[in-house]
Design a protein. Sequence first.
Length: 330
Amino acid sequence: MKQERHRVVVLVRPGLLPMELGIVHRLFGQAVSASGAPLYEVVTCTPRPGVVPTDTDFTINVDMGPEALENADTVVVPAAQEDYEPQERGRIHTEVARALARVPRGARVASICTGSFVLAAAGLLTGRRATTHWKSCAEFRELYPEIEVDADVLYTDDRGVLTSAGVASGVDLCLHMIRTDHGAEVANAVARGTVVPPHREGGQAQYIERPVTPPGQCPTGPAREYALRNLEQPLKLADLADRASMSVRTFNRRFRQEDGLTPMQWIVQQRVDRARQLLERTDLPVDRIAADAGFGTGTALRTHFHAALGVSPRAYRRTFRGEAGGGPVA
């Protein structure tokens, strides 16, 4: 008896990011059984069939309307240009809401990048853990306090509703779903065919740029300036408070008001950032970087680095600089 293929339906909207649509078709389309039979059927639909504008200089033609969702096993919602427009966030267009209402109970639903705003607006993420692109996480939390937002991960899977962090994280998400459905062997074969790792180390924390408050713009500025100039030295709280002409208690309180962190937490963050820069820009050994960043030992650096970014210093360097013999890592 011929086994029915798992049906994946991609719901696209005007302003679609074409790469995200391609990811779903390419990865699920490569998944085959031991006998070479396709394991998935992948189709594309849109609330209003016809020509769909993208965020590029070309359009795509989508013949299927929202009725395609009625027999979906998995629904994937990619990002669209409107997700990046503040006036559009927090609302869902009537046509999209009606389309999602056609999704059968029990079907798996996933989003890529800021497609998570659509799932959230439709109420599909309420009470669940989710992620989105790190640049949008703060706004996502503000709009949807009932959703547990994890800004550090590449994707989440909470009881059949999945979200991914950025465009490329759509690859990680699709491989995860294939692995869940058919095991590591099938997912690994798809990864090899796509020339991507079956599982990436760490989460999106390693990609986040953390802007530093300009020292001169806050009362604790003199202490911050001193700390940034002397990160490689032992830094004592009492000395920093003196630099800001405050008592230790007042300095702690003001620092928390400005940054949401204790002074020592902020210093660790700055040391991690210093280590990141040195790993990206130099060939210095880890122990030397640990000393220059103020961690003292390579062991201490590895501990703090992994706690902050979810990867080891070596893995970070391999990702952002490349190592001898392998060339730059894309």
